[in-house]
Design a binder for this molecule. Structure first.
Ligand code: NAP
Length: 327
């Protein structure tokens, strides 16, 4: 099969398309013929060799996929050959075939096309577990989303609205903010041209936000923490802008909490909570309340370019890599 291969740790431009042995499903595994795989920022971190998972070289990046089940391993009853599925992967989605654990595989509902299915698992699942279980976001509360047009950011905007929150979307360009507005954001802040702390005070008054969803970190952290009101919850999802250090005194004075949320650990430590999140998400999708935004669909040969859209901060919504016929 053809695969986008990482042969050495480094920048994503070192990846190349080459022939590779097709994987075989072991016990509890599912072999999927890939229709489309969404690119995640974490793919670039994995290729750089600094992600939590460091696969043996060579490997293909790709943390999720949508496709058709080709074969199942011993003991798999959750899906069957021929099923259309979406799946979370350890890696390997940017290839013509990929292996998933059966437990991380979901049948694609009728009425959900390949495009939406490919864009769905990592972004929506991650944002939902972060807001539902870590942030404990409630209807009527105010949610600040940083990086609000990115992969997880835009889904956090939609999920925040579906949960009944007032959503403040913060991003770096007018185009990204327009996407957040289109997906339900109530208020917009351009943190490249406006002072986040000042604008948050204008938008929320003395009350501040109840929850901050942060996939960015870095320089935005200080202002975002200051913008949390009494009892506010700061949810760390990622740190593309740098790893922030949390000053405990500023948590104490307003009874704030700072929490981490990583989808991968829900898969292993709280599968019941993840199942609740997935059921809620698919319910909202069926009601038309979630609308995955796919802005690019590139063939496997342009996989490096797909990843660079994220690493160069040029993407919004989801970027898909399509190994076979266009969707
Ligand atoms: N914890 C979890 O379960 C989980 C799940 C998925 C992803 N993540 C993490 O969340 C982060 C975002 O992932 P993603 O796939 O959503 O990425 P993405 O689509 O590229 O979105 C990241 C956003 O961050 C902003 N940003 C700020 N500084 C940036 C920089 N130096 N380079 C690139 N983007 C920058 C960009 O928006 P502006 O230009 O508007 O600032 C961009 O839209 C990553 O750290 C990823 O590992 C965590």
């Amino acid at each position: 099969m053809r695969a986008l291969l990482c042969r050495a740790w480094g920048a994503v431009d070192g990846l190349e398309v080459a022939e590779s042995d097709a994987p075989r499903p072991g016990p509890g595994q599912v072999l999927i013929e890939v229709r489309a795989t969404a690119v995640n920022y974490a793919d670039a971190i994995m290729v750089g060799g600094t992600y939590q998972t460091k696969p043996p070289l060579p490997f293909s990046p790709g943390l999720e996929t949508a496709g058709t089940v080709l074969a199942i391993g011993e003991g798999v009853t959750r899906v069957a050959p021929g099923d259309r599925v979406m799946a979370l992967l350890h890696y390997g989605g940017m290839a013509e075939q990929a292996l998933a654990d059966a437990a991380d595989t979901w049948r694609i509902p009728d009425g959900m096309g390949w495009r939406d299915a490919a864009a769905f698992p990592v972004a929506y699942f991650s944002s939902d577990v972060a807001l539902r279980w870590a942030g404990r976001l409630e209807a009527g509360e105010t949610l600040l989303v940083l990086g609000a047009a990115g992969g997880v950011g835009l889904t956090a905007v939609e999920i925040g609205k579906a949960m009944g929150a007032r959503v403040i979307a913060a991003a770096s360009t007018a185009e990204k903010l327009a996407a957040a507005r289109d997906h339900g954001a109530d208020e917009l802040i351009n943190y490249a041209s406006e002072d986040l702390k000042t604008r948050m005070r204008e938008v929320t008054g003395e009350r501040g936000a109840d929850v901050c969803f942060d996939p960015v970190g870095g320089d935005l952290f200080d202002a975002a923490l200051s913008s949390l009101g009494w009892g506010g919850r700061y949810v760390h999802v990622g740190f593309v802008g740098g790893v922030p250090q949390v000053p405990a005194n500023r948590l104490l004075v307003k009874n704030r909490a700072a929490l981490g949320s990583a989808l991968r650990y829900y898969r292993w430590h709280a599968p019941d909570k993840l199942a609740t999140s997935v059921a809620a998400l698919l319910g909202w999708y069926g009601e038309g309340r979630l609308r995955p935004l796919v802005t690019h669909e590139l063939p496997l040969e342009r996989g490096v370019e797909a990843l660079q859209l994220l690493t160069q901060r040029r993407a919004h919504g989801r970027v898909l890599v399509v190994p076979g016929a266009p969707l």
